[in-house]
Design a protein around this ligand. Structure first.
Ligand code: MRU
Length: 344
């Protein structure tokens, strides 16, 4: 099976085509900037950290073909998905890396940086896992039974490069022999929970159960959940979290039921320039994703739909941020996220 969702094969970038999972585990080859841009927009790859890493790979493809097209290539890629700030973060890094280089060195330099970003993401996600493992362990020690984790969408290794963000503590706990079970909400309309999270948990032998999104309140209220861990597409400077639409409702229900709600994200998802959640652009996708299910129309012809991909959970509902710099409170985020990282 696959070890990562993106890699190089010669001069091509190969990605797992996540639009085909769970039925087909197939790959797609990106040879051009346009392949990468449409692959990100059409969600062959998705998930904030992977979108960033994939965009850097797209820049490497673009600059290998036309090393003068730095700004135009970055503009094309940044327009693909507006909410995940990792996209802009990655593109800014590639632009800075190649800015002072002679044209003939730009493609190779962008590729080196893209590969390094992928490796860095693995380390960051492992650190996120370590930051969240204590939470899971503490629940197990207190109750002596399998720890019940609720998540949303797919913030697993398919959304990153390895480990995932929200799933990293789960995978580490599973490896350490701590019994853990994950409540996976299907995540309409694209079903990343049912199609992707369930697929990757199943492949790693982690017990899990798929539920409809609207079952979350019932599960939280009836004591079926010990903690909620979700990923993030952008964390604003004040700690507000943009994540897959439906996250806010889970956070509200978790608070009402006195259950811990935790946002897991690497430094690349923190946007110091974004003061709060109201300043985060929320992607709106094709209404057909809502109007159809598995290719079949579920709403009457003529009924319109709106399709917001994300919502914002205010910082007051987030009990902790599981980051590559430890488990933090909203007050601790700005200093910790902007501190110079320790050398690897
Ligand atoms: O639309 P998607 O599938 O890209 O949305 C993904 C999410 O909302 C994830 O929770 C988020 O990107 C974090 S991924 C580690």
């Amino acid at each position: 099976m696959f070890e990562r969702p993106i890699w190089w094969d010669g001069d091509d970038v190969v990605v797992i085509d996540q639009t085909r999972l769970p039925h087909q585990a197939t790959t797609v080859r990106w040879r051009t900037l346009e392949d990468a841009a449409t692959g990100i927009a059409d969600m062959q790859v998705r998930g904030a950290p992977l979108i960033g890493v994939a965009a850097a790979h797209g820049m490497a493809l673009a600059l290998a073909a036309d090393p003068d097209a730095v700004a135009a290539s970055a503009d094309r890629l940044v327009a693909t998905r507006p909410t995940a700030v990792n996209l802009r973060w990655a593109l800014d890094r590639v632009r800075a890396e190649v800015a002072d280089l002679p044209v003939d060195a730009r493609g190779a330099a962008a590729r080196r940086l893209a590969e390094q970003m992928a490796d860095d993401d693995v380390r960051a996600c492992r650190s996120i896992g370590e930051a969240g493992l204590d939470l899971i362990e503490a629940h197990h020690q207190r109750t002596g039974r399998p720890v019940q984790v609720m998540t949303h969408c797919n913030a697993g290794w398919l959304a990153c490069v390895e480990w995932g963000t929200a799933t990293a503590p789960v995978y580490l706990a599973h490896q350490a022999g701590i019994p853990v079970h994950v409540w996976v909400s299907e995540t309409r309309p694209r079903n990343q929970g049912a199609s992707l999270t369930a697929w990757e948990l199943g492949h790693r032998g982690v017990p899990h159960t798929v539920v409809v999104d609207n079952a979350a309140g019932h599960l939280l209220r009836t004591g079926a959940v010990d903690l909620v861990v979700v990923g993030a597409d952008r964390v604003a400077a004040n700690g507000d979290v943009a994540n897959k639409v439906g996250t806010y409702l889970k956070a509200l229900a978790a608070r009402d039921c006195g259950i811990g709600f935790h946002g897991a994200a690497p430094t690349s998802t923190y946007d110091a320039a974004c003061p709060d959640g109201d300043a985060i652009p929320i992607e709106e996708r094709d209404p057909d994703e809502v109007l159809t299910f598995g290719g079949t129309r579920v709403a009457p012809e003529g009924s319109p739909a709106r399709n917001w991909g994300f919502d914002v959970t205010p910082a007051r509902l987030v009990d902790s941020y599981l980051t590559d710099r430890g488990a933090l409170t909203a007050d601790e985020l700005p200093a910790a996220m902007q501190a110079t990282p320790e050398p690897a």
